[in-house]
Design a protein around this ligand. Sequence first.
Ligand code: ZN
Length: 182
Amino acid sequence: MADAEALLEELLGELQAEFPSFRIAKKRDSRLQRAIHVALAILTLGGQRRYLTEYHTVLFGTLWVPDAWDAASDESRYVLLRHERVHLRQRRRLGDVGMAFVYLVPYFPIFLAYGRARLEWEAYEETLRATAELHGPDALEALRPGIVRRFVGPDYGWMWPFPRRIHAWFDDAVRRIRVGSV
Ligand SMILES: [Zn+2]
């Protein structure tokens, strides 16, 4: 098993070099983040109530961390930062306006947010890749139910509520990672 503490330190260095203005801040300390929390709870009819306590969000180059960050292990911080680095790169590719457009605008209607789903597929593939690095590819299957639920459920506003499509994507991603790790 890889040394998560060393990997995390290395990754933080890489992030700082690639995105000099990158910083990590607590959601609970931000009035805007608290307002987003309330808005999401309303928009999802209470389906998403864990924005402040459990969800990580990149906004304008800052990673906003929930209460759970303090208690998180090096391993989960590492995997999470690998996921968020994808979003930082997407932001550089699309720009803030483009990213906001692709990510937020399709919240209305709240169902079927294909733009958001595409960005998250890319980022979750990195989550799987980082997990395979730490724990081996056999550990990936355990992540399937949680990830599928994120796409089809209220966490991200039912962004792509077609479980078969998500399962197919998951299978493809695991296959690509297995091929890459041989
Ligand atoms: Zn994400």
